[in-house]
Design a protein around this ligand. Structure first.
Ligand code: PRP
Ligand code: URA
Length: 209
């Protein structure tokens, strides 16, 4: 899977291990999700194009690199993707934010759309789509389908934990997007939850049940 990056950084591994612990409470869980998203975002933006501009330093005039080209949009998949937004924004505070609301039916595990609002000129932007969990892949595939239907051409999907089934499905359905994964887990269980996973990401971020 050429379009997939699976992180292998001790800080990311350590923080994901703390997330998995069922005794990690809401406040610490939110902080960890934000920190992991920032670390993953730093790496995911490694290939942003730069251009050269002139600045005058206190010493001399210099040609220096700045981020060029496309503007950024961060488009989380609601709800749990919201928890990742601030970590990414801490790196690119001027990014515009969109939202795609999807929930998974408890029985069929199929995603259902309930909301969408995107920044203007979305087709000209690099779009980063965060969602902590990639399980069957249904939600991520539907979100990317939707973004492509709006003309988006450069999409990066970022998840904290993926199941092999979902990663394969997303990568095969959308080979032209880049996929960033914090940890690749073992499998899905009969309820399509990731094993060992961390449980229900939305419930753990928002303190619901
Ligand atoms: C979770 C998660 C993903 C989706 C992953 O959201 O945040 O969006 O499930 O599952 P999939 O890969 O099988 O589609 P959920 O539907 O539970 O909604 P929530 O974030 O509002 O809790
Ligand atoms: N959604 C979650 O929040 N967790 C899972 O393990 C699977 C889907």
């Amino acid at each position: 899977m050429e379009n997939v990056t699976i992180f292998d950084h001790p800080l990311i591994k350590h923080k994901i291990s703390m997330l998995r612990d069922k005794n990690t409470g809401t406040m610490f869980f939110r902080i960890l999700v934000e920190e992991i998203s920032m670390l993953m975002g730093y790496e995911a933006m490694r290939d942003l194009p730069v251009e050269t501009i002139s600045v005058e330093t206190p010493i001399t005039e210099a040609e220096v690199p700045v981020i060029a080209g496309k503007k950024l949009a961060v488009v989380p998949i609601l709800r749990a993707g919201l928890g990742m937004v601030n970590g990414i924004l801490s790196l690119v505070p001027t990014a515009k934010i969109g939202h795609i609301g999807l929930y998974r039916d408890e029985n069929t595990h199929e995603p259902h759309a309930y909301f969408a609002k995107l920044p203007d000129k979305i087709e000209d932007r690099l779009v980063i789509v965060p969602d902590p969990m990639l399980a069957t892949g249904g939600s991520a595939i539907q979100a990317v389908d939707f973004l492509k239907s709006k003309g988006c051409k450069h999409i990066k999907f970022m998840c904290i934990i993926a199941a092999p089934e979902g990663l394969k499905a997303l990568s095969e359905k959308h080979p032209d997007i880049e996929i960033y994964v914090g940890a690749l887990d073992e499998k899905l269980n009969d309820n399509a939850y990731i094993v060992p996973g961390l449980g229900d990401a939305g419930d753990r971020i928002f303190g619901t049940k």
